[in-house]
Design a protein around this ligand. Structure first.
Ligand code: PDD
Length: 285
């Protein structure tokens, strides 16, 4: 099947989808992005993702280059042209193309907008969720504003690669105090021995996940108790359950951290229920 991408106003066959060598996203990671789940060809939580996109743009002092409605049309068009049933859509906006100079270009350049979409292997993801995944801990050596969803992801790339090389699927990033911040591209959660859900409070040290915020609604409706606070890696080792969340993985149970078995080594009831219930609380476009 041919694939298409949207690049600066045009829908192009994938092989022709290029950005300039002096795009500031390429040279400086001077760009922000979003990833949205696609289910039955529909965008999940588009409103929340576009809200976060606006916050990220604002933080790097860029404006939304087109209306939200127009951007929504582009996202849906890329999903449709690629005939995505189950998968993801990716949107990236950079500060545009200019001679390499750290300062913002004067005059302001047109931002560079790219949208791609691809199918995800649902059967494989469900099999992973049924078995649970392994994570390994690595030091969180990222910059101080990871709440902005920028494409500056080198520490995340290295963390994920370490995880893969150790036979795990995700890395959990641990700050200098020994607390887990989040995963390389996911938020991190545990369920304590007495059944309370814990995830790190959303400040500048984690990305405020959309899946994470939707789960807050689900958790309340299901009558579970949630605590937003730091949790140490040692507390995670002793947890009854652990899981990660993201737009592309939903709720994914974690059954091993650094080789230690979590709970009874199987996906726990809280993670499993939240995975099943998630889309009742998400917004389907
Ligand atoms: N990652 N933390 C980080 C560092 C992330 O990169 C992501 C998302 C999340 C979860 O956010 P959300 O629930 O909104 O997907 C948390 C996307 C999926 C990615 O980079 O592919």
């Amino acid at each position: 099947m041919s694939r298409y991408a949207y690049v600066n106003g045009r829908y192009l066959p994938f092989r022709d989808a290029m950005v300039h060598v002096e795009d500031r996203g390429y040279q400086f990671a001077d760009a922000v992005y979003e990833v949205c789940e696609v289910r039955a060809g529909r965008l999940i939580d588009e409103r929340r993702h576009l809200d976060r996109l606006e916050r990220s743009l604002n933080a790097i002092r860029l404006r939304l280059p087109m209306s939200r409605a127009a951007l929504g049309v582009v996202l849906r068009e890329v999903v449709a042209r690629n005939r995505i049933g189950f998968g993801m859509v990716y949107l990236q906006i950079s500060r545009g193309v200019a001679r390499r100079d750290l300062a913002f270009p004067v005059p302001e350049r047109a931002p560079c907008i790219v949208v791609t979409a691809r199918a995800l292997n649902r059967v494989r993801l469900e099999a992973l969720a049924a078995a649970g995944i392994a994570v390994v801990s690595v030091p969180d050596d990222r910059w101080g504003r990871v709440d902005i969803k920028t494409v500056g992801l080198l520490p995340n790339v290295l963390a994920r690669q370490t995880a893969i090389e150790k036979g795990a699927r995700e890395a959990w990033l641990v700050d200098e105090s020994g607390a887990v911040t989040e995963g390389a591209s996911t938020n991190a959660w545990i369920v304590t021995g007495d059944g309370r859900l814990v995830t790190r409070h959303a400040d500048r040290a984690i990305l405020g996940g959309i899946t994470r915020s939707v789960l807050f609604d689900a958790v309340k409706a299901l009558g579970l108790t949630i605590e937003e606070r730091r949790f140490a890696l040692a507390e995670a080792y002793a947890a009854r359950e652990a899981f990660i969340t993201s737009a592309t993985q939903n709720v994914m149970p974690v059954v091993r951290i650094d080789g230690r078995v979590i709970g009874d080594g199987k996906p726990g009831p809280v993670a499993t229920t939240l995975r099943q219930e998630f889309h009742r609380f998400a917004e389907t476009g």
